[in-house]
Write a protein that binds this ligand. Structure first.
Ligand code: PLP
Length: 453
């Protein structure tokens, strides 16, 4: 066949595949999209907007958490035992592995247990804390509250009095608000969390108990964010945390990669050409999974394969990856309603910058129906005693999608991974749950048990 005809045929086939994908997304059918264009060396993008980012920026975020340990230890009694370290275990989950239909020939399954992260109760403890700590550190130096590397005065009364003149604000469906509100108020800032009116009542209550001002907005998450941003912009003593566009959040999340590398080594799980690493992370706007995928790609290059998990009602990151013209579409454009019980992932539009950084290295994205989330939530409890929220259950669908679907198998063949699967490590990132009230959790569990049958 002449080359020109071949190219035309390919284009037609690609168009048809794209069409079929859009159709499936619009019908809320679960899909897996693997990335044909993943870079051979697995390297992530090097820019956040126009700002170069890489290993040094990730390390700086990790160092900031280290510097703040004495402060965090004094502000939060629950961090006494860890010495101010906010981290989660990497735990083997053999019973769950069997239940998910993965045998030893598929590798070994682990959970990265961010659902139990102290202080914020979700993965937002990483990004959210980092951004507020960065703001506090910069301000403290400007105001002469600290000098050199000793930040311990920031746990004291003088710093609190000084910070009380400043506001930290955020717009959030819930978990980011919890994280920012709690750390900002603990440091003495006036904390304001803008929420959509349909945000969970217990989250609003939890914040108000801590002295955080909760402002409720009619409309969706994007509207709440816009309102918060407008209000903070008019106040020179206000810092607004912008979930869609924050490098500080992103780098805070990325630092998790450095810790995971240590944990994998301690668990005797090498990551190299013979031992691939697969990581499945729930995705909302893309900051948390994007930061982690960025960090892991810097550390492990072609040997790590990250997959993001989105609700079928809110596949915003998957949609954004479909475009290479800079337009970041909203799920509403597909006729989807962005209504899901996975409230941590109910985001209509992905972060453009996160998409830009992650695109070259990401393995793919899959979508999960709400009923499946509840099934995984119940299984995680029954098999391993894990208490997670619906958003945090999305990753559990990943290994099966990769191993037991045609699209997943194509990915493994394309990257010549099939022979190495017995030595593979699968990490499912469970992203939240600690502070879900018992009553609400029992409802989730009952729904999951019904769905499991
Ligand atoms: C926020 C959140 C995520 C995803 O983070 P994004 O930065 O929005 O992509 C995942 N799980 C839970 C529980 C969350 O709260």
């Amino acid at each position: 066949m002449p080359a020109i005809t071949a190219a035309l045929t390919d284009t037609t086939a690609a168009d048809a595949a794209h069409e079929a994908l859009m159709h499936a997304l619009a019908r809320q059918r679960p899909v897996l999209l693997t990335q044909d264009h993943r870079a051979a060396d697995g390297r992530p993008g090097r820019f956040w907007g126009t700002r170069p980012i890489g290993m040094a920026e990730m390390q700086a975020a990790a160092d900031r958490f280290t510097r703040f340990r004495p402060v965090l230890q004094r502000l939060f009694p629950e961090l006494q035992a860890s010495g101010g370290v906010i981290e989660s275990p990497l735990q083997p989950v053999p019973a769950l592995q069997r239940q998910l239909g993965l045998d030893a020939a598929h590798g070994a399954l682990f959970v990265k247990a961010d659902h139990g992260l102290p202080v914020a109760g979700s993965i937002k403890a990483r990004g959210g804390l980092h951004e507020v700590l960065e703001f506090a550190e910069r301000l403290a130096r400007q105001l002469g509250l600290v000098s050199g590397g000793d930040l311990s005065p920031l746990a004291g009364a003088a710093a609190h009095r000084a910070f009380a003149d400043y506001q930290v604000a955020v717009g959030s469906t819930g978990n980011l608000g919890l994280s920012i509100g709690v750390i900002a108020s603990a440091l003495g800032f006036r904390a304001v969390v803008h929420m959509s009116a349909d945000a969970k009542e217990w989250k609003k209550q939890r914040l108000r108990r801590r002295g955080v001002t909760v402002v409720e907005h009619v409309g969706d998450y994007a509207a709440a964010v816009a309102a918060g941003r407008r209000e903070a912009e008019s106040d020179p003593r206000a810092h607004f945390v912008d979930d869609e566009d924050s490098l500080s959040l992103f780098l805070g999340y990325s630092a998790a990669a450095l810790h995971l590398r240590e944990q994998l080594a301690a668990a005797g799980r090498p990551v190299d050409a013979a031992h691939p690493l697969f990581v499945y992370i729930p995705c909302g706007v893309g900051g948390a999974p994007g930061g982690i995928a960025f960090g892991l790609a810097l550390l492990f290059g072609p040997h790590v394969h990250c997959f993001f998990a989105e609700p079928t009602a809110s596949p915003c990151f998957l949609l954004a990856l479909q475009r290479d013209d800079g337009h970041v579409p909203s799920v509403y454009e597909l006729g989807l309603d962005n209504r899901t019980e996975a409230d941590g992932l109910a985001v209509p539009r992905a972060s453009e910058r996160a998409v830009q950084v992650v695109r070259p290295s990401l393995g793919g994205v899959f979508t999960v129906a709400d009923e499946t989330l509840f099934r995984h939530l119940a299984r995680a409890r029954q098999a391993e005693g894990l208490r997670i929220e619906p958003s945090a259950a999305a990753g559990f669908d990943g290994p099966g999608r990769l191993l037991h679907t045609a699209e997943g198998q194509r990915y493994l063949h394309r990257h010549q991974l099939t022979a190495q699967m017995p030595q593979a490590t699968h990490v499912v990132w469970t992203t939240g749950g600690l502070f879900v009230p018992d009553e609400e959790y029992e409802r989730f569990l009952a729904r999951g048990l019904r769905a499991t049958g």
